[in-house]
Design a protein around this ligand. Structure first.
Ligand code: ATP
Ligand code: MG
Length: 569
């Protein structure tokens, strides 16, 4: 699979503040081991472009510095996780071009975490609190005032150990007790005010551990210690975890890890016209706004793959945006640009007509079919190739390339005017045929036999060149025009009482049931990508295409049509 080898530029060492730190780790031997990173998704949804950024960063650093990167499922919540998400995540990471050194599961560390819980209790660094989680939250105080210590804060080690063991054994109901770290109820960092470590979920069914466990670790308790168990050096996470760094450091130190990993935060990816949150994406799926996690409009890796985007484009995009210390929204046009650039260099051009309008060449011999030579790539692309395209008396052109009463600078076809057919001849519109309702049904044109492309007399120039297909030989196909899923740059920026759902773009999918494409595409396997000249980049959808009935997804247009919209006002 050639997709799995990143382009050389994706391997070139880039310098950002994280890579500077890692380079420094290597130079100073700070951790006494090779750089070790991990990508730690929770298997509660499909991966999205934000995860892709994190994947490129974690796996990229391991690769560049000769280190390792683990795939670790952060699966500590029995209510939301599922093996179907584990499978999807593995497939998506590999499709992006990365292979993990180890596949780990935080749920495999439950025993180890429990051992550490007992150790903390024994050291007087953790206690069982009988307050409800609500009361604990209330008693935590505010940024300006200290919290109120729990009445259970000074339980003896023996009592705490006994209660912890009974929590584990399933003696207590959910919500009746929690294990908390004993740190400082007046700590300036609120997270350090005796954070929760374990909570009761008696008899809960975990997708890997079954009903074996009655207590489950909270994120802070599981995350850093999982990193430490795996010998991670730098634990990369997004900025909203900045305040969690203190508890991370406290826990790995109290648990006795020497040379423990340290956390570095970077900016979350936020993309215009998109939401990047599994919770919100799950809503789109559950409420039926999209056909599933892999709907081609979804910003998920599975959706992008199904749309026809290549992994190279996603990696290039991740590289382009880099990593920063401050959150900032990224313009979707930067992503679309990466997709377009990638396809421009890779995919053959073909002729296709999305809105077929019949053209009859009245002076072309009836029944004659002539094969025209067509270039697969423009001259500024390193790839080359030619194919034969049938030409005959009856053609289709795109209805948008004809205007009965054109404005001044309309260089396509109009009554009495000429246009060049790509790889073919110059034609002239002589007559417009309409039905009783006044709709144009056919154009009667003449062609100039002296003007064959590449022929001796081909130097006669006209201003416009348009695509076309021969009516008898063209393949009829379904074309799915995908567009941005949201029509607002920031879908979350809505008036009170509304949410991101209200900014869905009603035209994010337009299906054209009877588009026409030149017959040469049949020689390519489904899953191939093309540029439809003058239209955009398209993907022969492997799941829904049938022999004789291809389905094409629009991956991206040839230019940013939204930029034009904005200029038009
Ligand atoms: P979501 O809010 O979509 O559920 P998450 O952070 O809860 O995202 P996880 O599965 O916990 O999802 O994330 C796995 C890794 O991916 C984490 O290290 C997280 O920081 C990173 N990640 C998630 N979303 C983004 C994003 N938008 N930009 C960069 N990294 C992200
Ligand atoms: Mg999460």
């Amino acid at each position: 699979m050639s997709d799995s080898t990143p382009a050389p530029d994706a391997l070139a060492p880039r310098r950002d503040f994280i890579r500077e730190l890692v380079a420094d780790d290597v130079a100073t031997g700070r951790f006494g081991r090779a750089p070790a990173t991990r990508f730690p998704p929770e298997p509660n949804g499909f991966l999205h472009m934000g995860h892709a950024k994190s994947i490129c960063l974690n796996f990229g650093i391991a690769r560049e510095f000769g280190g390792t990167c683990n795939l670790r499922f952060d699966d500590t919540n029995p209510f939301t996780e599922d093996v179907k998400y584990v499978e999807a995540i593995k497939r998506d990471v590999q499709w992006l071009g990365f292979q993990w050194d180890n596949e780990f599961y935080a749920s495999d560390y439950f025993e180890k975490l429990y051992e550490i819980a007992e150790l903390l209790v024994t050291k007087g660094k953790a206690y069982v609190d009988d307050q409800s989680e609500d009361d604990i939250r209330t008693n935590r105080g505010t940024v300006t005032s200290a919290g109120t210590p729990s009445p259970w804060r000074n339980r003896s080690v023996d009592e705490n150990l006994d209660l912890l063991r009974r929590m584990k054994a399933g003696e207590f109901a959910d919500g009746t007790r929690v294990l908390r770290a004993k740190i400082d109820m007046a700590h300036p960092n609120m997270i350090m005010r005796d954070p929760l470590l374990l909570r009761i979920r008696r008899g809960a069914h975990h997708y890997r551990r079954g009903t074996e466990w009655n207590i489950f670790p909270l994120y802070d308790f599981a995350h850093g210690l999982s990193d430490a168990v795996e010998g991670i050096t730098r634990s990369l996470c997004t900025l909203e975890f900045k305040d969690n760094r203190d508890i991370y450091d406290w826990l790995v130190a109290e648990a006795g890890f020497t040379n423990p990993p340290t956390q570095i935060e970077f900016a979350r990816l936020e993309l215009d016209y998109t939401v990047l949150s599994k919770r919100k994406l799950l809503r789109l799926v559950n409420e039926g706004h999209v056909s599933g996690w892999d709907d081609p409009r979804m910003p998920t890796i599975a959706g992008l793959r199904r749309r026809g985007v290549r992994p190279e484009a996603i990696r290039t995009f991740a590289e382009t945006i880099g990593v920063a210390r401050k959150d900032a929204r990224v313009e979707i046009s930067i992503f679309e640009h990466a997709v377009r650039n990638d396809l421009n260099m890779e995919v053959p051009r073909v002729l296709a007509v999305l809105k077929p309008l019949k053209v009859v060449l009245t002076n072309y011999p009836d029944g004659q079919v002539e094969m025209l030579e067509a270039q697969d790539y423009p001259h500024d692309v390193p790839k080359t190739g030619t194919r034969q395209v049938p030409f005959s008396r009856e053609l289709f052109i795109d209805a948008d390339d004809f205007m009965e009463n054109p404005p001044k600078k309309f260089f396509r076809l109009s009554p009495g005017n000429e246009v060049r057919l790509r790889f073919g001849y110059i034609i002239k519109c002589e007559d417009v045929v309409k039905d009783a309702a006044g709709n144009i049904t056919e154009l009667r044109c003449t062609y100039d036999p002296e003007t064959k492309s590449g022929g001796a007399n081909s130097d006669r120039k006209v201003k416009g060149t348009i695509q076309w297909v021969s009516a008898a030989q063209a393949l009829t196909c379904e074309v799915r025009l995908y567009d941005r899923l949201f029509s607002a740059p920031n879908p979350d920026d809505v008036p009170e009482g509304q949410d991101f759902i209200s900014t869905l773009n009603p035209e994010s999918l337009v299906v054209i049931p009877n588009a026409k494409v030149e017959p040469s595409v049949a020689a390519h396997p489904v899953g191939s990508r093309f540029q439809f000249e003058r239209v955009g980049y398209f993907y022969a959808e492997p799941e829904d295409s049938r022999p004789g009935r291809l389905v094409f997804n629009r991956i991206v247009g040839l230019r940013d049509s939204w930029a034009k919209e904005i200029k038009k006002g």
